[in-house]
Structure formats: C-alpha cells, structure tokens
Design a protein around this ligand. Structure first.
Ligand SMILES: Cc1ncc(C[n+]2csc(CCOP(=O)(O)OP(=O)(O)O)c2C)c(N)n1
Ligand SMILES: [Mg+2]
Length: 338
C-alpha cells in the first residue's frame, strides 16, 4: 500500500532514489529474516530489530565518505548493512557461527569491521557515545577530515556521560556528529514519560554545539540534514547534534510484549509514514521505475537475504579453542595508522 503522505518534490536523481530504496529494503528484509530465525530458535540472546528506522542510517550514510567512522548501540544490524558490511557475516554472527563477524562469539550486539570503520555494536546504553568522541579525537589528532557518526537513542540522551562527552567534544572541536535516533521509546517508556524537555536537538546548546531536528521517516530530509552536519564537522567547526525523529515498528527486543502502546499507533505510522513506501511512491509517481522494476528489486534483495540465512545456518559453531582467542591485544589485528 502506498504511503498516504508523499515527500515533497526534489531534484534527486532516479539512481539515487533507487539506491536508497534498495538500501532501506535490504535492511527491512534482513531484519524480517532475523526475526524469523529468532522465532525458529536459531538466534540466541538479545536481538533488537531496526524495522521502521531504515531512513535514518541510509540518509546519514548518503553523506559519508571513505574513512568516516560509525559507532552505535545494540540496535545495530541496519548500521552494519548500510556501511557495506556483508549480510552473510552479520547473519552468521546472529546465529553464533564461525562465519560471523566476531567468529560467532559476539552475537547481535557485538560486531565490528575495521575495513568498513564500524566500531560496534554496544550493549550498555550510552557507552558508545564517549567512544565515538574518542574516534573523532583520533582523526583530529591525525589531521584528516574524517567524521565520526555516533548514534544513540532518546533514552540514552538522558544519561550523564552524554553531557561529559558533549563538553569535551566541544572543548576540543571534535569532528563528531551526535545522531540521536529518537524512536520515541526507551524499552517500554515513552519519551513523554521520561524526558523533561522533548527537543533533544537543543541538548548541545549549553556546550555551544549546534543542533537540528529532522524527519527520520524521510530519507531525503535525513540526507540533506546530514550533509549540513558533515560539512560543519569537516570544516573543523567541532561537533553537531542531529535529532532524527523516527519510530520502531517492532518491540524493543524480541522478548518485548509491547503493552505500552496500541497496535493502532504502530499501524498508523506504517500506513502514513513508512520510509520505504515514501520512496516507492516517489519512484512510481516520478516514473523512475515501474511496479515490475520494484518487484524485481525486491526479488534480488530477498535472494541476498536468503543466501545470508543459508550461510548462517550452514556455517559451523566456533571451535572450543576459540574461547581463548581475541582476548588480549596481541591477538588482535593492529590498528592501521591511517
Ligand atoms: C546502562 C544501561 N542501563 C540500562 C540498560 C537496559 N536498557 C537496554 S536498552 C534500554 C533503553 C534505551 O532506549 P533508547 O536509548 O531510546 O534506544 P532504543 O532502544 O530506543 O534504540 C535500556 C534501559 C542498559 N543496557 N544499559
Ligand atoms: Mg528509543
């Protein structure tokens, strides 16, 4: 069903729209498959799905260049796919297999890729935020123009360590974009019940950090705001806060009974604001693609996702000897100097 509200006209090219459509659809289908594998008992431990929030990370990544870094929370599969990590390696990590990004020892919340500059995957709420500033510090120290995208939630935004980080990031003009993915809930607590001032984008003001709010269900709006934030950071003007208003369709994690909101609330969002449907609408009304073209894309993406699930089922469990590897720094690949 086409979204009722379509995006305002823009001069974005058909290729670009198709790219965002594919990238968001890959995340959506991957997460649906992960949900199924979880239901079949093939994924153990925690698993937090990103369905509904796809336009956030795809819009941000559209403003990134090679060398930029990203770090996020436990709701991380979308971030990995959007920065180009291999769906097979991500899915196999979810099933705890040898072919996974952490050799099956990390699971959903603990994956990394130095090649794609993806620094996790963090289960402790807010813990990735000071680490993100640290990554930005390394780039500033080396004198390059890389930017670090540091993602966290509306719940995490109420934590003290965020403001200690804001202070130092502003003091040292660090090239970090603090991306607040405001999906309006922190587990079962709505933002209204937890937060005294709802405008999270203003939270950097006390430290002199500029902020902006953007519609996180609209990938083009996210991309535009991200480009502005990235330009600010690359120009050496210090950190930037981007509050991206979004919504998660599924529960907080796979074990969430979702009693804190109505089904109607979720359905309304899906029907009226869905980020993928919005781009689909633009593609069809702009005659950039036909229904058949879009069906073919869906088919291709489903094939990629099914392949990743097969790989994740067939890859062996890690050998017991793996328990003793990747523990000390000497075991780990050395960080590159660039
Ligand atoms: C320090 C800490 N406190 C509490 C938790 C339990 N916990 C896990 S997720 C979460 C909610 C965080 O919500 P938000 O930051 O909005 O992110 P979202 O899950 O919506 O992406 C809480 C309280 C935790 N993991 N770490
Ligand atoms: Mg939240």
């Amino acid at each position: 069903m086409a979204a009722k509200k379509s995006q305002k006209k823009s001069n974005v090219s058909a290729e670009e729209l198709l790219e965002y459509y594919r990238d968001m659809l890959l995340i959506r289908r991957f997460e649906e498959k992960a949900g199924q594998l979880y239901g079949m008992g093939l994924i153990g431990g925690f698993c937090h799905l990103y369905i509904g929030q796809e336009a956030v990370v795809v819009g941000l990544e559209a403003a990134a260049k090679e060398g930029d870094k990203r770090i996020t929370s436990y709701r991380d599969h979308g971030h990995m796919l959007a920065c180009g990590m291999d769906p097979k390696g991500v899915m196999a990590e979810l099933t705890g297999r040898e072919g996974g990004y952490s050799k099956g020892k990390g699971g959903s919340m603990h994956m990394f890729s130095s090649e794609k500059h993806f620094y996790g995957g963090h289960g402790i709420v807010g813990a990735q935020v000071p680490l993100g500033a640290g990554l930005a510090f390394s780039d500033k120290y080396k004198g390059n123009d890389n930017v670090t995208f540091t993602y966290f939630g509306d719940g995490a935004a109420n934590q003290g360590q965020i403001y200690e980080t804001f202070n130092m990031a502003a003091l040292w003009d660090l090239p970090v974009i603090f991306v607040i993915e405001n999906n309006q809930y922190a587990m079962g607590t709505s933002q209204k019940r937890s937060t005294s001032t709802p405008d999270l984008y203003t939270r950097g003001e006390a430290f002199g950090i500029p902020g902006e709010i953007v519609d996180g269900m609209n990938v083009l709006a996210v991309k535009e705001a991200s480009e502005k934030a990235v330009a600010h950071c690359r120009a050496g003007k210090g950190p930037y806060v981007l509050e991206v208003k979004t919504y998660r369709y599924r529960g907080h994690s796979m074990s969430d009974p979702a009693k804190y909101r109505t089904r109607d609330e979720v359905q309304k969002m899906r029907d009226e604001r869905d980020p993928i449907e919005q781009v689909r609408d633009l593609l069809l009304t702009g005659k950039h693609a036909s229904e058949d073209d879009l069906k073919a894309i869906d088919k291709d993406i489903k094939a990629v996702v099914n392949e990743s699930a097969e790989f994740a089922k067939e890859s062996p469990e890690p050998d017991l000897s793996e328990l003793w590897t990747d523990i000390y720094a000497d075991d780990l690949p050395q960080a590159s100097a660039s």
